[in-house]
Design a protein around this ligand. Sequence first.
Ligand code: ATP
Ligand code: MG
Length: 377
Amino acid sequence: MTVPTAARTVPVEPVAPAEPADQAVPGTPAAPARRPGADLDETIRRDPGAHRVLTGDRPTGPLHLGHYFGTLQNRVRLQRLGVEMFVVVADYQVITDRDIADRLAEHSENLVLDYLAAGLDPDRATIFAHSAVPALNQLLLPFLSLVSVAELGRNPTVKDEIAHSSQSAVNGLMFTYPVHQAADILFCKANVVPVGQDQLPHLEVARTVARRFNERYPHPDGTGVFPRPEALLSAAPLLLGTDGGKMSKSRGNAVRLSADADTTARLIRGAKTDPDRRITYDPAARPEVSSLVLLAALCQDRAPELVADEIGDGGAAVLKRTVTEAVNEHFGPMRARRAELAADRGYIRQVLREGAERANVVAEATLAEVRAVMGSV
Ligand code: ATP
Ligand code: MG
């Protein structure tokens, strides 16, 4: 087997038969399976101009290896194919699981630095903070009317985020987070969303909101206002952190993209493994070891089985040394680029300002369409 370079496409809704409208938001994560007969990645390659991407991240801290291999690498690849790209710095969503958005401006600028260092080009990608785009947020109101409270309560990602939240009570924004994300995706009529696995249930909500809106408020010409966005998963849709859980900015288990070589080595040395000396690639039975093997394989663009075979009986120490060397080599140039960009914060703020200007034009046009089909003046 070779390392899959193409992303996996994931249908987040059954292809047929269509579900009744009141059952369409699932209570369980969508199964990451291929949709029969449709390969989104292939479709994008054939006609990049027919696709529009929306992705984003919460400005809760610097991006980590999970972001890069889960979605950022895919974004850069799609941008190079010529796909139009919107990237949201999801600042309002920071306060879904904490009382105060700590160092918001700094974290937002750092996100942009990570994007640019990884290869996103602000001339081709619209990078903006959603608090700077009022019309986007206004879509939340009609969208909220399209989902039931019970459906929101069943969302597994919301449940997981509540479990890891630092708040004693669940706030309303956390509960409605997936609907806000539907506004993020649909304001620019994105039809492709490169995400990690944790986002699949949210994306299913966006698809449901689009479908129900189109059914409830049909366009006079018979078409729907919104497309049905599809998830695009990478070869590493769920990279594990040093504690064996999902690598997350807010969970103290992440290796930052911008970490220096020594910090990276120290963090990887502390990563959880298992007592079996023989290194194998078996994600189901040995998730922690396999996630490390996959990380080295992705950095070296090799098959994970090959990486595991080479280490053989070398045990966790050799595995961690291999991973550390692979990560440091792969991310060295990106770290250097980031350090150069970091010297000009004014430019980073300008990227956000110009991105917001472009996003506002798009959001206002969509909101006008929404108002028109709803019969508002
Ligand atoms: P936080 O702890 O603040 O929620 P996070 O690390 O989960 O941060 P997000 O901003 O919530 O990061 O996620 C941004 C994007 O990165 C999403 O598409 C998400 O699916 C993807 N992503 C996050 N963590 C991983 C991971 N460990 N593996 C693969 N993809 C990931
Ligand atoms: Mg998250």
